[in-house]
Design a protein around this ligand. Structure first.
Ligand SMILES: Nc1nc2c(c(=O)[nH]1)N[C@H]1C(S)=C(S)[C@@H](COP(=O)(O)O)O[C@H]1N2
Ligand SMILES: [Mo]
Length: 258
C-alpha cells in the first residue's frame, strides 16, 4: 500500500481507516454479512465506540469503529466444508469442557500483556461439526469487519483457546465479547475478537492486517525479532529478549550499567 511507503505509522493509519470507514458507511447500503450484524455500517455510531486505548496492565486494539456485539443478534454459525454445519448459541459454548490458561498476547506494536483466559478448545467445535477431509483452513469473521485465517492444524495445537472469560470475568466489550481466539504463538493481530462466524475452507483466505498493513497472513511470532514502529519498516533483531539491543550502544549514549 502506497500509504505505508510514505510514512509507516500504524496508529495514524488506523485512525485514517476508521474515519474513512465512517464516511463510507454513510454512503453505501449495508452489505449482506457472513454472520449477524456488521456494525461498520452503523451510521450514527456514538462516541463511546471501542477504540485503541492503553489501559494499565493491558491494551485495547480495535481496527474499526464499533459499538460492541448486540447479543440479541448474536449466534455462532460454523459452516463451510463440514458434515454438520450448525449455529451455536452463546449458552451452547458454555456446555464445552472449561479450560483455563495464563498466556501472553504479543502485539507487533512492541507491547505484550498476560491474562488468565478461560474457554474451550477448538477440538470441541471440530467434533461437533466434523470437517470434511478437504477442510484444511479455517476463516474467522468478526462483528467489526475484521477477519482472520488459520490452518486447521494450527488451531488444534496445545494452548489455542476460544475464550469466553478473561481474568475471572466475562470477556469485556473491549477485549472481544462474546468470543475471541487466543493463540499464544501468533502475534496479537491473529487473536481475533468479537467472532461472529467460522468457516472451514480448502484454501487459505487472507486476514485483515495482511490486506491493510505490512503483516503476514501467517503471523507466527519470530523469536529474536521485534517490530518497533519507530524503526522504519524493518523488523529489528533483538538480542535475547526486549532488555537489550544495539540502540543502547549508539555513539554518545550512556553506558548500560553492569
Ligand atoms: N475483531 C478484531 N479482533 C482483533 C483486532 C481488531 O481490531 N478486531 N485487533 C487485533 C490486534 S492488532 C491485537 S494486538 C489484539 C489486541 O487484543 P486486546 O484489544 O484484547 O488487547 O486483538 C486483535 N484482534
Ligand atoms: Mo496488534
Amino acid at each position: 500500500m502506497a500509504f505505508f511507503k510514505e510514512k509507516w505509522n500504524r496508529r495514524a493509519f488506523l485512525k485514517t481507516v476508521s474515519l474513512a470507514t465512517l464516511a463510507l458507511s454513510t454512503m453505501f447500503a449495508p452489505r449482506q454479512g457472513f454472520a449477524t450484524v456488521d456494525f461498520q455500517q452503523n451510521k450514527n455510531i456514538p462516541k463511546n465506540y471501542i477504540q485503541n486505548r492503553d489501559v494499565p496492565g493491558f491494551y485495547i486494539r480495535s481496527a474499526n469503529p464499533f459499538m460492541g456485539v448486540d447479543m440479541s443478534q448474536w449466534g455462532l454459525p460454523v459452516r463451510g466444508l463440514v458434515e454438520r454445519p450448525r449455529t451455536f448459541t452463546y449458552e451452547d459454548l458454555f456446555g464445552f469442557p472449561v479450560v483455563s490458561q495464563i498466556s501472553r498476547l504479543k502485539c507487533v506494536e512492541c507491547w505484550s500483556a498476560k491474562a488468565v483466559w478461560e474457554g474451550f478448545r477448538f477440538k470441541n467445535l471440530v467434533d461437533q461439526v466434523r470437517p470434511k477431509p478437504s477442510a484444511r483452513y479455517v476463516y474467522f469473521q468478526s462483528a467489526d469487519s475484521y477477519y482472520e485465517s488459520y490452518s486447521l492444524d494450527e488451531l488444534l495445537r496445545p494452548r489455542v483457546l476460544l475464550v469466553l472469560r478473561m481474568n475471572g470475568q466475562s470477556l469485556s466489550r473491549d477485549h472481544g465479547f462474546p468470543l475471541r481466539l487466543i493463540a499464544p504463538f501468533k502475534y496479537g493481530y491473529k487473536n481475533v475478537k468479537y467472532i461472529t462466524g467460522i468457516e472451514f475452507t480448502d484454501s487459505r483466505k487472507r486476514n485483515y492486517w495482511a490486506d491493510y498493513g505490512p503483516y503476514s497472513v501467517d503471523g507466527t511470532i519470530q523469536p529474536g525479532i521485534d517490530h518497533p514502529l519507530d524503526f522504519k519498516k524493518k523488523p529489528l533483531p533483538i538480542n535475547g529478549g526486549e532488555v537489550f539491543h544495539f540502540f543502547d550502544r549508539r555513539p554518545g549514549a550512556p553506558k548500560t550499567r553492569s
